[in-house]
Design a protein around this ligand. Sequence first.
Ligand SMILES: [Zn+2]
Length: 155
Amino acid sequence: MLGTVARKLRILGFDTAYMADTSDDEVLKLGIDQKRIIITADREFFKRIVAADGQGVLVSGTNELEDIVHIFSKLGIKSVQDKAIGSRCTACNTPLEKKSSTQIRGKVPVAVMESQTEFNECPKCGKVYWNGSHMLRIRVFVKKLEAQLAKNSEQ
Ligand SMILES: [Zn+2]
């Protein structure tokens, strides 16, 4: 349910574990053991997290931007670190490694090779990232997010 929020948090550079097919008990245990903040749209589960002395944020799960604004507000995060954007694999959460075009030869389309100079590769799943139109959309999202956070802090 919160898969898109999880992916977005990873794009913004946050260490984000996503557990879709995991029981509440396991998520709660892992969250407490690893000192993770548990993000959930389930009100009953949120109550259990609080009762167990875990750290949790309850979101609506209906609007990605609103949810992330809410998470940031709850955690006191005021902005996104520019160098953190695109630093983590959206598929598996692993920090990415910088690669030259020679190193990723054959792994991306030729047109991408010819138009880009900087690449990042996931050392775990092998996914290659570059500064494409996708990144432009992310920057637009970050602008909206930061505008909303600034607006909230004025209130
Ligand atoms: Zn990966």
